[in-house]
Design a protein around this ligand. Sequence first.
Ligand SMILES: NC(=O)c1ccc[n+]([C@@H]2O[C@H](COP(=O)([O-])OP(=O)(O)OC[C@H]3O[C@@H](n4cnc5c(N)ncnc54)[C@H](OP(=O)(O)O)[C@@H]3O)[C@@H](O)[C@H]2O)c1
Length: 402
Amino acid sequence: MPNREAHEAAMRRALAIAEQGPADDPNPRVGCVILDAEGRPVAEGWHRGSGTPHAEVEALGRLSPEQRDRIGELTAVVTLEPCNHTGRTGPCAVALAETGIGAVVYALDDPGEVSGGGADALRAAGVAVTGGVLAEEARELIAPWLARQDHLTDPSPGRTRDAASEAEKSASLQARRPHVTVKWAQTLDGRAAAADGSSQWITGVDARGDVHRRRAEADAILVGTGTLLADDPALTARAETGGLLVPAEQQPVPVVLGRRPIPSGARILEHPALAARGLAEPIRLTGDDLAADLAELHERGIRRLFVEGGPAVASSLIAAGLVDEVLIYLAPALLGGPRLALGDIGVADMSGIRRLRILHLAQLGADLLVKAALEPAAVPPAPAAPGASATPTTPTTAEKEH
Ligand SMILES: NC(=O)c1ccc[n+]([C@@H]2O[C@H](COP(=O)([O-])OP(=O)(O)OC[C@H]3O[C@@H](n4cnc5c(N)ncnc54)[C@H](OP(=O)(O)O)[C@@H]3O)[C@@H](O)[C@H]2O)c1
């Protein structure tokens, strides 16, 4: 049978192909790779969205007749515990067990109260089952989906909601919030602008195109009044068609944090998501209590929030422990000077250093993208004052990817 190394290699492949599934589907993204007795991949599949076959069924359907004859020697490697309920398609645990497959390896327990329990069903049918292989990576893959469910972001990463105690669940009810991604662009020396405030453009067209694609995947896009007043961003998601940037079909609703008024001619007031949702202006939040602000967004049905700055807002959210992942676009350039991409994030000394876990690295033209998850703070961060000196040297003009 394949060893742990082969399981992990197959799981990495399963996680990669799962990403081809739709980002905002009612179902989570799932990938499956089937290995033969020597640990070689012989079939694979991913879930293409609600109502279509699940990843395991896709992969099983791609087995050759010869492989089916030796199904007892095969191992299905799946990013999510095979489901155990009949929805628009049948239970995957049953489909796998009925084929007579020898083993199932999965990453993350199915958190669904209805769909969970597939591992037990498989074991009961005599299948060798191993869970927890690259579980953290699988959790990251479906984090936006988890956040969209009618519950909170998992209070203790790595644990399923079913495993959370009732006390944790109830304590976390106030913490219900969207999945939060904070994005910024910077030079390799951590600057968001030149000393004089000029910055267009730090990153190139490929990086900016990537930002637009990610905007379109979010339910809402947030900026502070500092960025609003300095940059007058449009905050629309745009896609390239025939060399032209046109508005994408999916538009995140704009959100502005801070008390200063939005100028009457601001481009954000023309955002297409406002008319589509019958809003006269962007959603306004004061920023006095960031957790309460995010809870309000969740209340409004926002499950994926894309934060585009500026440095003061990004720093406050990180300091408050309200950020799930960061997207840092790194330009191969140096600017020096005082205009930093982040300011005070509540770290007083090395014991408070905020570690990141790299989720994805990519080269976009000349630039690099680092996507990373924030590890929980080792020491509780010092709360940052609302709108306070989160950036010791706030840029006046910086990367205007708006
Ligand atoms: N490189 C990049 O990727 C990038 C991205 C975006 C922006 N920028 C640049 O960054 C500059 C603007 O950034 P900024 O740091 O000055 O402003 P900002 O982060 O956009 O907004 C800060 C303002 O938000 C409000 N606020 C409310 N609650 C807050 C809280 N808890 N924490 C922080 N702010 C809160 C306050 O405004 P009120 O006084 O109105 O309450 C505060 O002054 C611009 O020059 C822009 O070009 C760079």
